[in-house]
Every structure is written in C-alpha cells, then in structure tokens.
Design a protein around this ligand. Structure first.
Ligand SMILES: Cc1cc2nc3c(=O)[nH]c(=O)nc-3n(C[C@H](O)[C@H](O)[C@H](O)COP(=O)(O)O)c2cc1C
Length: 213
C-alpha cells in the first residue's frame, strides 16, 4: 500500500473509533453537539453535562444521572435541550474518571465540547444541569460558561451528587455567569435520579411550580 493511502486509512480508522467512543459515552450520538428543539423561537433551554458508564452506586449506566433529569425538565417545561459533550470522552471506569477529573480541576482545564448553540440570544431562561465533581462543576461546564454572554438571563441549576449536595456551586455560577440571575436549584442524588422513575417527575414538577414554570 502506498504510504499516503496508508495514512488516510489510519486517519479514517482513528476518526471512526473516536466517534464510536463518543457515542458509547453519550447515548446514541444522534444529537451530540446539536440543540434538540422543542419549538421554534423557544425562550427556554436546558443545558447539561452528564456521563454514562460506570458511576458511584449506580453501576454501569447507559444514561447518565443528570441527563435523566435534563430530559424530564425539558419535557415538562417544553424547553430546547443541549448536551455539553466533551470532544475527548471521559474514562468510562469510575476510578479512572475521578483521577482524570481531579487533575483537570487542579489544572483549571477548559476541555472543548462538541457542537455549539446558535441563537444563544433567544434564550431567556437556562436550566443548567451538572453532577458534582470533586466539589465543583465538571470543567467542560466552565468552558461552556466562559464562552458566552449571560447578561439578563435567568439560570436555574439542577444538580446531582452522591453526598456533597450542591457544594456551593450555585454561588460559583453567580460569579461565572456574569449578569445572570441564579434561581433556586434542584438537588438530588445520582442514585435517586437513576432509580426514582416517575417519583422524580413529581419532585421536579413541584420545584418547577415553585419557580412558576
Ligand atoms: C469525577 C467524579 C467526581 C465526583 N465527585 C463527587 C463529589 O465531590 N461529591 C459527590 O457528592 N459526588 C461526586 N461524584 C458523584 C457524582 O456527582 C454523581 O454520581 C452524579 O450523579 C453523576 O452524574 P452523571 O451520571 O450525570 O454524570 C463524582 C463522580 C465523578 C465521576
């Protein structure tokens, strides 16, 4: 085989492998990097970060804990939906992932994510979902936050964890999402998010009613 043909072949194999890893860690891959629209000119958006694979107390899951809540919230309020899916997927094994994330936190890494939101200006209300990682938001959330103008937006955090609670992250959002108003957060353990089923719909609905959504 000619060297340049071999090079193209190797690059293609690498690209396919990368996309397979990404789709394994982030659902079916169909909507990765895209806004899933509930309607045209929607004023409400649900943005979230969530990781499938092995996680604390829930085993090896196909759908991340926060993603389960994100989809329920989007459905209840009729919001558009965007997943912050990292370009380089996190390790699927829990211990590998915690080690990796600890190092990212130490370095204040800003990992890139796939795709982008067009028409960011049109959204007035942004539900922002994330798991607690080492007492903080996962670093790709900061990449997302620091890229855009938050002035005048209402930001509503929803958070999953396994014991730390919100870990003061709504305050961190207040600092990072400059000019936004941070409303009352929803907090739940990942185990409950994963296993709570219809019970969680009611819990979310109560919280949303309290916020008048
Ligand atoms: C890298 C990493 C770090 C974590 N750090 C914490 C933590 O500091 N406090 C805590 O309560 N849970 C921690 N957890 C547990 C997650 O917050 C919890 O499992 C969450 O529901 C995961 O959400 P996801 O499935 O949407 O990614 C951590 C999990 C991972 C993978």
């Amino acid at each position: 085989m000619r060297p340049n043909v071999r090079l193209i072949l190797a690059a293609t194999v690498a690209l396919v492998a990368q996309s397979l890893i990404t789709s394994a860690a982030f659902g079916d891959g169909q909507n990765v990097g895209k806004v899933v629209k509930a309607r045209e000119n929607n004023k409400m958006l649900v943005v979230y970060f969530s990781k499938a694979g092995e996680n604390y107390n829930v085993g090896d899951v196909k759908t991340g804990n926060t993603k389960i809540l994100a989809e329920k919230i989007a459905k209840q309020v009729g919001a558009d939906l965007f997943e912050i899916a990292p370009k380089i997927p996190y390790p699927k094994k829990y211990d590998d992932c915690t080690d990796f994330a600890k190092e990212e936190l130490r370095k204040k890494a800003r990992p890139e994510y796939l795709g982008e939101i067009e028409n960011w200006e049109q959204y007035e209300v942004v539900f922002f979902g994330y798991p607690i990682w080492w007492g903080d938001l996962p670093m790709p959330c900061y990449t997302f936050i620091e890229k855009r103008d938050w002035n005048g937006k209402k930001v509503i955090p929803f958070i999953t964890h396994e014991g730390s609670g919100a870990s003061g992250t709504p305050k961190k959002l207040e600092k990072s999402c400059r000019g936004a108003k941070i409303l009352k957060e929803f907090v739940m353990t990942g185990t409950q998010a994963q296993k709570g089923g219809a019970q969680n719909d009611a819990k979310l609905s109560d919280w949303l009613k309290g916020l008048k959504y």
